[in-house]
Ligand binder design. Structure first.
Ligand code: AMP
Ligand code: MG
Length: 349
């Protein structure tokens, strides 16, 4: 791929106008949202959207979320807006909720990863909303990291991964939520969560007054086999029964450069096991990073997790030991990321 001169933009009106112009011209512009930084392209332009996959090194069957700044834009993407969808939009947009809906034929299949459904979200961030409005088109935007790396929660993270590969980055504040949006599939009889996030099944059930399902794959821990080719721990997912409905959920994701192991069990036992494992590794001359969150503050864990993985990589850590959080509320979403970061390398204590 040819090396680009990545333009660093601020958040002034003039900068937003410049970013929007690059998007309209088919370029790639990264921008802040309340979840993580997104890498935007004109979602209605197949050529522009195709550049996103190349810049990230993202598999082309992993669809992108289309970001809109007003509900009217939904009409250009889908014809099937239901009462349930209206209710969820009223409650949670702008915000960290992505709805999967039937796609109109004019939505490029490059944007949808070849599917006849499209994922749509209205982000709750003034800079993202201004950029999308000013561009005048729906913006396809996956997380602005190199594929497989932890998602970026600051403009610097974006540059660390994509400098020279994208046309511009809008440098805004650090992302408040820190993990990606909840993805909810609205195309079936029962809405189904395909990717957990800050908004939970209970949040949706309260609004809809009916049950919301979880993709069963979210509750599965795939079987691991030794992978001699892997430089990052021994794990390789080799489970024929592991078939998440959201294409993005099947890829190894969010991985730090360091080996990563999760310790799961009673908090005290976990602390002890981590301390022992750390001592052993330090004796072998390895640099060890430890991640232990307060179980009662999963929002804080979500806010910090990806940034911490990246900071440990920068510090040259060889191995990261992380304590599992309780898998409820936002903790479920954090653990969804943590398990993938560690390639499902889990020690039960
Ligand atoms: P990212 O943009 O990196 O946050 O990833 C977007 C996530 O949304 C991925 O996990 C995708 O697989 C998922 N996604 C996007 N579009 C669809 C769709 N049409 N059906 C199911 N999942 C989708
Ligand atoms: Mg992503």
């Amino acid at each position: 791929m040819e090396r680009l001169e990545t333009i660093i933009l601020g958040t002034t009106e003039e900068d937003i106008r410049k970013g929007a112009e690059i998007l309209r011209d088919g370029g790639l512009v990264a921008f802040p949202t309340e979840t993580v930084y997104g890498l935007g392209a004109n979602g209605m332009d197949a050529e522009a959207a195709g550049k996103v996959y190349a810049a990230k090194g993202r598999p082309s069957d992993n669809p992108m979320i289309v970001h809109i700044a007003d509900r009217k834009a939904l009409e250009g993407l889908t014809s099937g807006v239901t009462a349930d969808m209206e209710a969820l939009m009223d409650a949670f947009w702008p915000g960290p909720m992505t709805m999967v809906v039937e796609a109109l034929p004019q939505v490029p299949r490059v944007t949808t990863g070849g599917l006849d459904t499209v994922a749509v979200r209205m982000p709750d961030h003034p800079v993202a909303l201004a950029l999308i409005s000013e561009s005048g088109v729906p913006i396809a935007a996956p997380s602005a990291n190199a594929s497989g790396r932890p998602s970026p929660t600051s403009g610097q993270h974006v540059l660390d991964d994509l400098n020279g590969r994208i046309h511009a980055v809008v440098m805004g504040d650090n992302c408040q939520i820190g993990i990606e949006s909840t993805v909810i599939d609205m195309t079936g009889e029962t809405p189904m969560i395909l990717r957990p996030g800050k908004l939970t099944a209970e949040d949706f059930e309260k609004v809809l007054g009916k049950p919301v399902a979880l993709d069963p794959a979210l509750l599965q821990k795939p079987v691991l086999v030794e992978d001699p080719a892997s430089q990052n721990g021994p794990a390789k997912i080799a489970d024929a029964d592991f078939k998440p409905k959201s294409p993005g959920q099947k890829y190894t994701h969010y991985a730090p450069k360091a080996e990563m192991i999760i310790f799961k069990g009673e908090p005290e036992a976990v602390r002890l096991a981590i301390a022992e494992a750390k001592l052993e590794r330090v004796q072998f001359g390895e640099k060890v990073g430890v991640i232990i969150y307060d179980d009662s503050k999963p929002e804080e864990a979500a806010h910090n997790f990806f940034a911490e993985l990246r900071a440990m990589d920068k510090a040259g850590v060889d191995v990261i030991f992380a304590a599992a959080l309780k898998e409820d509320g936002v903790g479920f979403a954090v653990m969804n990321r943590m398990f993938k970061s560690a390639g499902y390398h889990i020690i039960e204590v």
